[in-house]
Design a protein around this ligand. Structure first.
Ligand code: G6P
Length: 486
C-alpha cells in the first residue's frame, strides 16, 4: 500500500465503452456543461465502492467532449463524473466517425439486428475497407489506454460491438490482465453473420476470443455467438461464455418516479389524454424508444391503426402515447425512419382524430421524467422490436406502473426469455397479430393485469445493474491470468 501511495500503480478494475458516463456541451463563451448519464455500468461501478481503484475509459463523442479532453488531458474532473475516475480519449474526428457510424452503427449493428434490405445492402467495398481501418485504430486507442491504466492482474470489462477487437489487442499488450467483453446487443446467427467478409468476420471473433470471459444478455445470443465461432474459427477456445440478464433497478426507478418533476408531467399527460365520450379516463398504450430501426415503431403504429379500424368502439376511448427519441441522426436511414414515424402518426391523427381526441400523442424530445410519467399511467406497454438485445423498457414499466399494465412484447426481444410467461407475445412483423394483442391487452381483466404486472416486476428485477456488474467481476477474478505469454 505504501508503494502505491508513492506512485499510482494503476487501476484494479477498468471499464471501457464507447459512450462514457458523462458528456459535455460547449456553450457560447466557452463554458463546458457536464451532463451525467445513468445505466447499468454507472450503478455497477459505484457498487464496487472505493476499495478498488477503478477507471472508466470512453471516447469523446462530440465537440464539447473534445474540448473537455483538451482542457484536462483526458482525465476528467471527478466533480463532473460523481467522483468516478474517467479517462476520455480524443480519437481524431474522421477516424471516430468512420468507426462509430460506418462500422459500429452501420455494419455491425445491422448484422446483429438483421436489418439489411439484402437486394440493396450491404455492399462491402473500398469505402467499407477504409472504415474498417478506422475501426481498428479506434479499438487500438482503447487497448493502449487500458494497457497504460491497468494495474498488474487488473480486471478489464470491455463493452459492446464498438470494441470487439479490444480484448485481443489488449491481451497482446498486457498478458497479465484479466479481460471480459460484454455484448449489449443480440448476436446474429452464422448464416447472417457470414454476410461480413470472411477476414473481417474472423478478426471480429478472434478479437473477442482474446477475452477470458464473454458475456451476453440471453442464452440465445450466447449460442448464436458460439455457432458463429464454430463456423468461422473452429470454436471458442479457452474463453468462457456466460449469460448475464441485465435487470431493472427497482430502487432507483421507484424513487425517481415519485419525484415532483414526474408528477408534473403526469398531470400534463393526463390532460392530453383526457376522457372519452362516456366520461371515463381514456386508456393508454405507451411505448418509449430511441427512434431506432430495430424498435419497429412504424409497424407498432400500423397495428394501432388497425385496432382503431377493426374495433370502432376504441375510437375516442384510447390514446397511443409514443415517445420516440432521436438517435444516431448522422445516419441518413435513421433520419428517414424518424420522419416516417412522424408521417404515420400524423396520418392516423388526421384519419381518426376528432375535435377533442388525438389518437396518437407523439413526443420526440428526450425527457426521462416524462418517460417515467408515461410508465406510471400506461394501461398497455407496447414493446415490439424486430430484434433487441434485452429491451429495458419492457422491464422498467412493470416496476413503475401505478395500477398494473399489460405488456405486449415481441418474441424477438431478449427480455422475452424472462418475461414471456406474463406478456402477450407478438411476432413483430405481424401487424394484424399485434393489433389483436393490443385489443386483448386493453380488455384484460384488472385483477389478472395486476397479478401479471407483479410477476413481471419480480422477473424484471432478478439481476439489478449492480449485481449484474458484480457477478461478472467476480467470475472474471476467478480466471487464472494467462501470464505465460511474457
Ligand atoms: C445500444 C447499445 C449501446 C449504445 C446505445 C445508444 O443500447 O448497445 O452501446 O450506447 O444503444 O446508442 P448510441 O449510438 O447513441 O450510443
Amino acid at each position: 500500500a505504501s508503494e502505491r501511495s508513492a506512485a499510482p500503480a494503476g487501476a484494479e478494475v477498468l471499464v471501457a465503452s464507447n459512450r462514457g458516463p458523462v458528456s459535455y456541451a460547449l456553450e457560447e463563451g466557452g463554458t463546458l456543461t457536464a451532463k451525467r448519464g445513468g445505466g447499468g455500468l454507472v450503478s455497477g461501478l459505484s457498487a464496487i465502492g472505493s476499495d478498488a481503484e477503478a477507471v472508466w475509459v470512453c471516447a469523446a463523442l462530440g465537440d464539447g467532449d473534445r474540448e473537455a479532453v483538451r482542457r484536462t488531458g483526458g482525465g476528467l474532473d471527478p466533480g463532473d463524473t460523481g467522483g468516478q475516475r474517467v479517462r476520455m480519449l480524443d480519437i481524431p474526428a474522421e477516424v471516430y466517425t468512420a468507426a462509430y457510424n460506418g462500422i459500429a452503427n452501420s455494419a455491425l449493428w445491422f448484422v446483429h439486428h438483421m436489418l439489411y434490405q439484402t437486394p440493396l445492402e450491404p455492399v462491402f467495398d473500398a469505402e467499407f475497407r477504409a472504415q474498417w481501418a478506422s475501426y481498428e485504430s479506434y479499438n487500438r486507442a482503447f487497448a493502449q489506454a487500458l494497457a497504460e491504466e491497468a494495474a498488474e492482474g487488473a480486471a478489464v470489462l470491455v463493452q459492446d460491438y464498438h470494441l470487439a477487437l479490444v480484448p485481443g489487442m489488449l491481451r497482446t499488450l498486457r498478458p497479465d490482465v484479466r479481460i471480459a467483453h460484454f455484448s449489449h446487443t443480440p448476436w446474429a446467427p452464422p448464416e447472417y453473420f457470414r454476410m461480413l467478409p470472411d477476414d473481417i468476420a474472423r478478426q471480429l471473433l478472434e478479437g473477442m476470443l482474446g477475452a477470458d470471459q464473454l458475456g451476453f444478455l440471453t442464452r440465445r445470443w450466447a449460442e448464436a455467438f458460439a455457432a458463429c465461432c464454430a463456423a468461422v474459427v473452429g470454436g471458442t477456445g479457452d474463453t468462457r461464455i456466460g449469460v448475464y440478464g441485465l435487470g431493472a433497478d427497482a430502487g432507483f426507478l421507484r424513487e425517481r418516479s415519485q419525484q415532483e418533476d414526474v408528477a408534473e408531467r403526469l398531470s400534463t399527460l393526463r390532460e392530453q389524454i383526457g376522457t372519452g365520450p362516456d366520461g371515463a379516463v381514456r386508456k393508454t398504450v405507451v411505448r418509449v424508444d430511441r427512434t431506432e430501426l430495430s424498435k419497429n415503431i412504424v409497424r407498432g403504429l400500423l397495428a394501432y391503426r388497425q385496432l382503431l379500424a377493426e374495433h370502432p368502439s376504441w375510437r375516442e376511448r384510447v390514446v397511443h402515447v409514443a415517445f420516440a427519441y432521436p438517435s444516431r441522426q448522422d445516419l441518413a436511414v435513421y433520419r428517414e425512419y424518424t420522419a416516417e414515424v412522424g408521417r404515420v402518426a400524423e396520418a392516423i391523427n388526421s384519419e381518426y382524430g376528432t375535435a377533442d381526441w388525438q389518437p396518437v400523442v407523439l413526443h420526440v424530445k428526450d425527457d426521462f421524467a416524462r418517460s417515467l410519467a408515461a410508465y406510471r399511467l400506461a394501461d398497455v406497454a407496447l414493446v415490439n422490436p424486430i430484434r433487441d438485445g434485452m429491451n429495458l423498457v419492457a422491464k422498467e414499466i412493470p416496476v413503475v406502473s401505478d395500477q398494473g399494465c399489460a405488456l405486449v412484447l415481441s418474441r424477438e426481444a431478449g427480455a422475452h426469455e424472462e418475461l414471456g410467461q406474463d406478456a402477450l407475445t407478438v411476432n413483430p412483423y405481424d401487424v394484424s397479430g399485434t393489433a389483436r394483442a393490443l385489443h386483448e391487452a386493453l380488455t384484460m381483466d384488472a385483477g389478472e393485469r395486476s397479478e401479471r404486472t407483479a410477476r413481471l416486476a419480480a422477473a424484471a428485477t432478478a439481476l439489478p445493474p449492480a449485481q449484474w456488474f458484480l457477478k461478472q467481476l467476480r467470475a472474471l477474478k476467478e480466471v487464472t491470468p494467462r501470464v505465460d505469454a511474457r
